[in-house]
Ligand binder design. Sequence first.
Ligand code: RNT
Ligand code: ZN
Length: 418
Amino acid sequence: MSYADAKKEYEKYGIDTDKAIEKLKNVSVSLHCWQGDDVRGFDTDPNKPLTGGIQTTGNYLGRARTPEELMADIDEVLKLVPGKVKLNLHACYAIFDDENPWVDRNKIEPKHFKKWVDFCKERGLGCDFNPTFFSHPKCDPLTLSSPNEETRRFWIEHGKACIRISEYLAEELGEPCIMNIWTGDGFKDIPADRLGPRERYKESIDEILSEPYDFNKVKPCIESKVFGIGVEAYTVGSAEFALSYAAKNMDKCIPLMDNGHYHPTEVVSDKIPALLAFFPEIALHITRPIRWDSDHVVLFDDETKEMAKEIVRCGGLDGKVKIALDYFDASINRISAWTVGFRNVQKALLYAILQPDCLKELQDKNNFTKLMVMQEELKTLPFGEVWNEYCKDCKAPVDGEWFEKVEKYEKDILMKRA
Ligand code: RNT
Ligand code: ZN
């Protein structure tokens, strides 16, 4: 079937595929740099274990070990994905060299991200940012919620430094920078004090956000979590904590939901409209949890589609919903992992834009019988043709045409990184 034929099929339902393609082209999705090196970064010993309750598993060949390698890998991904990309950096990806030697996380400055700014400028990308409150000797294991004042200070200074870096990124690149605050603070076993750490966490975020910044340029987010590996019994930044903080400080920050951070039968698709009834802007980390926050590569699966539908229906594509990816698989080719996940989020968004407006009307008229019939029939419309057309329009490879490029890159580049 040709695209023209597919377009006619969609027209029967009052759906304009050309318009859908145009719409998606302008939506930016943030590509996480940390898929390329298993969340290790460049500022600490790369052989140290990850801490903070997150884990990568697998030892596939070709992990990026230097800024140059990571940039080359990101470039490869950029060739393979359609749509508007924003880069998402973590503070641990600061670049140190002879001119700017290593400093600890409380002392990092915009200059340590100058090379990333150049990278983004050359490719026309915006950039998001994250303070790195994990995998560091100063995690005791707590950071912003630590009872040790010296530890807590260190991490507050880190957070403030990151606000300054985020503002620099926004100003240099001319796009707002989403700066996400997530810590793995919590306990493996039953705590004796649950309130104390949360009070200290709250005070610490207050202090970080007291650093002056333009809220139009820097969008601090508060990300919640349910539990992590080794942090099973208690998480300081729980859902209630993070959401309450964001609700009380709407002029300074926005809530961030990661769909790996809830109990297994809870769905973020349903939480998106719940939050948008109160918050003008929200942020998302899209991932794929299997039994826990396992951060598997995002698939074109039901919940990803459902989240995309809610983003679209709630008007989220016009900037209300900040979309970022957050997964890390070290057991397969990392370029492919990045590409599959990014393409699937794009696919899900396109699929969602192609849902007809009449569905809402059917719901409002209590016509649930027809609603079910329609929703089921829409699933077998010739979506693949529209997706391929979108890829072509974006000058990206269509399905079936990109994986051989990854295989070649693996052979020519990644295999030599032994
Ligand atoms: C961890 C959180 C967090 C991290 C990144 C690396 O559970 O999801 O967002 O994955 O900051
Ligand atoms: Zn996340």
